[in-house]
Design a protein around this ligand. Sequence first.
Ligand SMILES: Nc1ncnc2c1ncn2[C@@H]1O[C@H](COP(=O)(O)OP(=O)(O)OP(=O)(O)O)[C@@H](O)[C@H]1O
Ligand SMILES: [Mg+2]
Length: 381
Amino acid sequence: MTTKDSGGDVRLSGISKTYGSFTAVHPLDLTVPEGSFFALLGASGCGKTTTLRMIAGLEEPTTGTVRLGDQDVTALPPYKRPVNTVFQSYALFPHLDIFENVAFGLRRRGVKSVKKQVEEMLDLVQLGEQARKKPHQLSGGQQQRVAVARALINHPKVLLLDEPLGALDLKLRRQMQLELKRIQTEVGITFIHVTHDQEEAMTMADCVAVMNAGRVEQLGAPAELYENPRTTFVANFLGTSNLIEAEVDTKAGDEIVLKAGGGKLTLPVGRCSASTATGGKVLVGVRPEKISLVHADDAGEIPEGRNRITGTIADASFIGVSTQYVIDSPVCSELAVYVQNVERDGRLVPGADVVLHWNPAHTFGLDAAQDIDAGTEEEAA
Ligand SMILES: Nc1ncnc2c1ncn2[C@@H]1O[C@H](COP(=O)(O)OP(=O)(O)OP(=O)(O)O)[C@@H](O)[C@H]1O
Ligand SMILES: [Mg+2]
């Protein structure tokens, strides 16, 4: 991250794209700091590729400007921009071997001695041994790395990656995520990575922009977004959130007390993005892994000062590292609770009465005027 000049930052100002009466990208302001690994994350059709194509110059914006450092590139054709793109289909040249695929950009520019640069690039992506193979003789992940090498050899200031790992199976994808991150750290240029996979975005990026229906809903470091979602879409799309309908009761110092069902829940003022006027409606959020679960018989052992909710176990799935419970409660149906597999309480089975409790500091508050299911899988279906 840089606080010095805007040397190589990508700056989008008021950039939008409409197709007829349909707006694919609403006017968007976005700065991608030079040298960062930036992810555009969102569900299918939210405008990620369109945004990326406007940066590359493959799509003309309806309004707004694209700047790279001090240069306004909005009117420049793609090949005059210091930007390269890696697409989901890597489109390697099938008749050329790996060396020649990587050398292609240099040869086209009339560079005579390509050997040293190509070899360095192949080493960077750990394909030195494969130089004389044809693309069809490589695995999906290896082909993907050739595509990255082929783009990087042009020394772009910015590398755009549009779902580059989409064609790979899960295990290979995980490997390639770490590999791409390593390459980015090593070459130090800006990567803008488009994905609909929230884990992928969080694993790789320094900064994630969560897009929804042509707008950026929230932007920040992965942990910041996860811990402090400001909209129901972000709360539900990044991991899982329990959202409980509540009403502001009192505000005391830096805490808000809310009424939920018959009980009270406490929330730090600083973590509430909704209005905190008494009587106002707030969605109280808590992540499943922040919640502790005890059998109702042990409720007396819960320390003072915790938020607590009573309920009944509706479902329990043991998945090895944890057990995922679904709890029905008078204040909220289908609360998710993840309990790490340390010591398992044999009484915590479907039908058991339980108490959920958590540190009020782990609670966030959202504006209740939003769709409570935005960004959930049910909504997507
Ligand atoms: N040339 C076009 N004409 C009309 N509509 C278009 C055109 N290109 C894209 N769109 C629409 O714009 C919206 C955004 O498309 P875009 O390709 O940016 O989505 P995306 O976020 O990349 O989705 P995905 O994850 O499925 O690739 C979609 O609703 C799409 O149908
Ligand atoms: Mg796309």
